[in-house]
Design a protein around this ligand. Structure first.
Ligand code: SF4
Length: 564
């Protein structure tokens, strides 16, 4: 998000009351953001009153404004504000903020009792306003009803909020305000992607052909209509993005909008000279991750490309997939890049090699080798294929997949109707989630760093600039004055406690003990270990765990309960 950042909370008494707690929690959660949170909540105000003091708000030049009106519009007998006027007042406010390039967000209203019709009516107007202006909604109503069976639980008197209610406001605000980016994984050239390389370990459904549909103009208008002035980050990593016929048209389209950024993951075989001369690059809005493929190019040649890009102020990490035959050469390649202070982002291989499924087929030694070079989230989620289903994530809210026909989904399961219910960019009709929800398709975040970083339990901030560098840094791998720092270089992955934390498989009773100890809910944990995490992926381990469980009386008792 913006840093430093002036956040103005603009509204009525509800705003006035949530700000002190919000300020405290914001500072605790995001200490690195130099934020100034200003309380502009005035008791009894309606949207009409708010409009009257708009000039004064604009004069203070905030970066973000959180609009919170409606509760008094609903009840003010003197002003008699109609739904129509409420709608117009909000639109007028938002237009002024947008014209002044201020990021505006809007809160809806919490219910006062069950099936609170009037609140629902006003909230429908707020929702309509967000669709018309394309600003983000902070869906208090949704958080509130999910948290409290009886809405009164969050209230102090009348419509005013108690401590519990203000906690809900803060939760909703902290999940929305710091996430400025809308990340769009755009398969602009088709889901069955194309590549000029033929890596023996490629997992993509490669298919020759160009499947761009519509015109660049139509897409440009579609994105504008769908997201208004939101900060968009276009992310290309499906096959080799640079070989698409329209690639540079897409680059130029993004370049035209100062509020748009671009991230690509590329084998760097394309026209780099053309790329560095693009507007989006010159304005520092392009980030590249270089995927290094040793069977297709030498480390020295790849290094030349990295150095060329560095000369043009683009710092590119080398993404290295540890396909089993690469273990022999990895350290030498690592040295080639490390000598020049390039970060090597190690990824696990996912697929079949010699009739074995990886990463589950990695030996214990190989697993520990990979873990030394990589960051925490990659170890926990990618190396061990920890299922993401059921984990709470921002996917569908601030991270979406768009196919070459404009359909929006969680991931490339956009092809399955039930996953593209978020609308269509080209038709300009979109309806994204307004709060983080449980991850649905299991395999999304197994593959992308953005997907993993979107899981709330990891506590990752929004990925900024180069997403791989930002992701790695948050997981303990970063650049320092003395060179690159790999947090797990000396971690003892034979220690049972460490193994449990990093989702390593249990080898003995002690490992199992620590896995169980980590969880408050032991039944759930054992069920998870037994049924999901290992059972279908590791048939031999299933047998081993069963035996381990039998040796541990407490665990075996729980295991038998599960079997019933
Ligand atoms: S460069 Fe990437 S997409 Fe292309 S073949 Fe290799 S792994 Fe597949």
């Amino acid at each position: 998000m913006e840093n430093p950042c002036k956040i103005m909370c603009f509204g009525d008494s509800l705003t006035r009351d949530y700000v002190p707690l919000f300020e405290k929690k914001f500072k605790e959660k995001l200490p690195e953001i130099n934020a100034k949170i200003i309380n502009k909540g005035i008791g009894g105000e309606t949207s009409r009153d708010g409009l009257k003091r708009l000039d004064q708000i604009l004069k203070e030049k905030p970066n973000i404004v959180i609009i919170g009106f409606g509760m008094n519009d609903k009840h003010n007998k003197q002003q008699k504000i109609s739904l129509k006027e409420f709608h117009q007042n909000l639109i007028k406010m938002i237009n002024r903020f947008e014209n002044a390039k201020i990021r505006a967000l809007i809160l809806n209203l919490h219910p006062l009792y069950e099936k609170d019709k009037k609140t629902i009516e006003f909230n429908k107007i707020i929702k309509r306003v967000t669709i018309e202006t394309r600003i983000r909604l902070i869906d208090i109503y949704n958080y509130w009803t999910e948290e409290f069976g009886n809405p009164k639980k969050g209230l102090r008197s009348g419509c005013h909020v108690n401590q519990l209610g203000n906690e809900i406001y803060c939760k909703a605000l902290l999940q929305t305000v710091p996430r400025r980016n809308m990340i769009i994984l755009w398969a602009y050239n088709g889901i069955s992607c194309e590549c000029n390389y033929h890596c023996p370990y490629c997992q993509y459904e490669l298919q020759k052909g160009h499947y761009f549909s519509g015109t660049i103009n139509k897409w440009h208008k579609g994105f504008k209509k769908s997201f208004g002035n939101q900060h968009l980050v276009f992310y290309f990593g499906h096959g080799e993005p640079m070989i698409g016929k329209k690639f540079f048209d897409v680059v130029d389209m993004i370049g035209k909008e100062p509020n748009w950024e671009m991230r690509i993951i590329s084998n760097l075989s394309g026209n780099l000279k053309r790329l560095v001369s693009a507007r989006v690059t010159k304005e520092g809005r392009l980030n590249i991750n270089g995927s290094f493929h040793p069977t297709m190019i030498s480390a020295e040649k790849f290094l030349e490309k990295l150095l060329f890009l560095r000369k043009h102020n683009i710092e590119v990490p080398a993404v290295y997939t540890l396909w089993p035959p690469f273990f022999k050469r990895f350290e030498k390649d690592f040295e080639t890049f490390n000598k020049y202070n390039f970060l090597i982002h190690v990824r696990r291989f996912r697929g079949n090699y010699k009739n074995k499924w990886y990463p589950s087929a990695y030996t214990e030694k190989e697993r520990q080798f990979i873990a030394r070079y990589t960051d925490d989230a990659t170890i926990k989620y990618m190396l061990h294929e920890e299922p993401t289903t059921g984990k709470v994530s921002y996917t569908g809210m601030t991270f979406i997949f768009v196919d070459n026909k404009g359909n929006i989904g969680y991931c490339d399961d956009v092809r399955i109707t039930k996953y593209h219910s978020f609308g269509n960019i080209l038709k300009g009709k979109i309806n994204l989630l307004t709060k983080p929800t449980k991850f649905k398709p299991e395999n999304v975040s197994d593959g992308t760093v953005d997907g993993v970083a979107n899981i709330l339990e990891l506590n990752y901030r929004e990925l900024e600039n180069n997403h791989i560098l930002s992701f790695a840094r948050q997981g303990g791998v970063c650049q320092t004055d003395k060179g690159m720092f790999y947090k797990n270089m000396n971690t003892d992955f034979n220690d049972s406690k460490v193994r449990a934390e990093y989702n390593f498989m249990p080898r003995n009773l002690k490992d199992l003990y620590y896995i169980l100890k980590l969880s408050d809910d032991k039944i759930k944990k054992i069920k998870h270990i037994y049924n999901y995490k290992y059972a279908y992926r590791y048939p031999k381990i299933k047998h081993k765990i069963k035996n381990l469980l039998k040796q541990c009386p407490m665990a075996y008792k729980i295991y038998k309960t599960i079997k019933k």
